[in-house]
Design a protein. Structure first.
Lengths: 291, 220
């Protein structure tokens, strides 16, 4: 059985003197009957797929609706002028989040993390850091175990689908996963990994899923930026010693409660939020005319 | 229960795990059940597949699957062109299927010298699917395990034929489901196995009276 709470996972870590990522890997081995080595290879494959996906970005490509596609290239060009507000590293994070979101919208290969719509958050944080700071690759694979383990706890207590719980369940969960993962890379303890996730989730709680025309494009691509920035902020807070006053398990439960109360028009139906705006109606009408 | 690779993964061609990756998988499983690449395929999209399928590349992904591409195949966006090159004719149309899951596709496959086959399946998210009808008969399987699918006449002894042959080959049955169209009519057995069913066992089963068709899906 996979972990149903961070509390349970943390207890095991303390009892057995292991790190959180290891506890996740051991559980995966038990659950699927695979060796630690095979599990590791699979996770390594996910990591390489993320690297490959980022490198495959084509700034000329646009999505079928022509709403998105160029954002990654625009951000790169802007960053190269060395005049960003957020600094070089964060501008790279932003660019990578956009590239992954655009790749997804343009039918390129991505890694769902936890979903396709939120596929930019985890690599924007992890790959950017990896390439900037020359971290051993093993550390990044460990970090993916952390992200997956956190996502699994969220899935077990709440959900990961926008149709079930709004965007807080997709970009929100992706952000929580990324916050915990980068916290691990930076040497955070299991407790700090939990706090990072809790803070990231709280900051995005209530986020609705309102895709224009039902497509995974607007506002999804740019929300990956929001998720990635938020993850880094939450991890930095946690590493600074700032704690979430509400334990992560209870934050996840609260997210579920909020998602359950969310109106169906705000859960991936393409009806409410920005999907319900007059401009969205124009876009949809234009697309229907084309097809 | 979701494994960590349902959380991180699948590696897939975007934009949607349910509408793109799941659709490709439906096409791929349909092709495997048919046993070859269809010469003609009629694809029907129901519910959300019909409403937002175009924008999600559901149509391209289904055709890609029928061409044997996996959900992470970079050629998925070009599947229509590839189908044309490979001589696979296809049509895609919306269809309201009663009481079907919102992400449902129905595929009718034809090829010279083999019986036409109709598959109905739906996408449940995360790139996973369920096949719910084969030639109009209700079934329920995912193709994630080794799966033996047997069309037979609904009469006594056919289940024993199958379990006997599997037992002889030392194959353990994980799950087994039996379905039928009507009493004494056409029936389907769906048997998920822990081991791969060897060709000899398939041939043995195929040669038995009252067994119409035997198909094996490797876990994938």
């Amino acid at each position: 059985m996979s972990y149903r709470s961070m509390e349970e996972a943390q207890e095991r870590c303390e009892k057995e003197g292991i790190e959180f990522w290891k506890a996740v890997q051991m559980e995966d081995g038990d659950e699927r009957g695979v060796s630690e080595e095979d599990s590791w290879k699979e996770m390594e494959h996910m990591w390489h797929a993320m690297l490959d996906s980022l490198d495959s970005y084509d700034p000329e490509l646009m999505s079928g609706s022509r709403m998105v596609g160029r954002e990654g290239g625009l951000m790169d060009a802007y960053r190269e002028r060395q005049d960003t507000l957020c600094g070089d590293f964060m501008a790279k994070v932003m660019g990578n989040a956009l590239k992954m979101g655009c790749n997804n919208a343009c039918m390129k290969r991505i890694v769902a993390a936890p979903t396709a719509g939120a596929c930019g958050v985890v690599p924007a944080v992890l790959v950017t850091y990896y390439r900037e700071y020359d971290v051993p690759e093993e550390k990044m694979v460990e970090a993916l175990y952390v992200a997956a383990g956190i996502g699994q706890i969220i899935a077990n207590r709440a959900y990961l689908a926008g149709a079930s719980g709004g965007c807080q369940a997709e970009i929100g969960s992706g952000s929580g996963m990324a916050a915990s993962a980068i916290c691990h890379v930076k040497g955070g303890s299991t407790a700090q990994i939990g706090h990072a996730c809790a803070m990231a989730l709280k900051n995005l709680m209530g986020l609705v899923c309102d895709p224009v025309g039902g497509l995974v494009e607007v506002p999804c691509v740019k929300r990956n930026v929001g998720g990635a920035f938020n993850a880094i902020a939450a991890a930095d807070m946690s590493l600074a010693g700032i704690e979430s006053q509400i334990p992560v398990d209870q934050v996840i439960d609260a997210m579920k409660e909020v998602g359950d109360k969310m109106d169906v028009s705000l859960r991936e139906t393409g009806a409410g939020g920005v999907a319900g705006s007059p401009r969205a109606a124009e876009v949809v009408a234009r697309m229907n005319m084309k097809s | 229960m979701a494994s960590i690779f349902d959380i991180l993964g699948p590696v897939m061609v975007g934009p949607s795990s349910s509408h793109t990756a799941g659709a490709a998988r439906i096409g791929m499983i349909a092709r495997q059940l048919f046993g070859r690449q269809p010469e003609k395929a009629a694809v029907y999209l129901h519910g959300s597949f019909a409403a937002t399928g175009k924008g999600h590349g559901t149509d391209k992904a289904l055709i890609a699957g029928l061409l044997g591409m996996r959900p992470d195949d970079m050629r998925i966006p070009d599947s229509f062109q590839i189908a044309q090159e490979e001589g696979m004719e296809f049509t895609i149309s919306p269809k309201d299927i009663r009481e079907a899951h919102p992400n449902t596709a129905q595929i009718i496959m034809e090829a010279e010298g083999v019986n036409t086959m109709t598959i109905q399946a739906y996408s449940i998210g995360g790139g996973r699917i369920r096949v719910c009808k084969v030639d109009g008969i209700d079934v329920d399987f995912s193709g994630e395990s080794n799966t033996l699918i047997i069309r037979n006449v609904d009469e006594p002894g056919r289940i024993t034929d199958v379990t006997g042959a599997l037992s002889k080959a030392r194959i353990n049955i994980a799950t087994m489901q039996v379905f039928r169209e009507k009493r004494g009519g056409s029936a389907i057995m769906v048997v998920e196995t822990d081991q791969v069913v060897p060709k000899e066992t398939m041939d043995e089963l195929q040669s038995k009276e009252g067994i119409i068709r035997v198909k094996f899906l490797h876990a994938n």
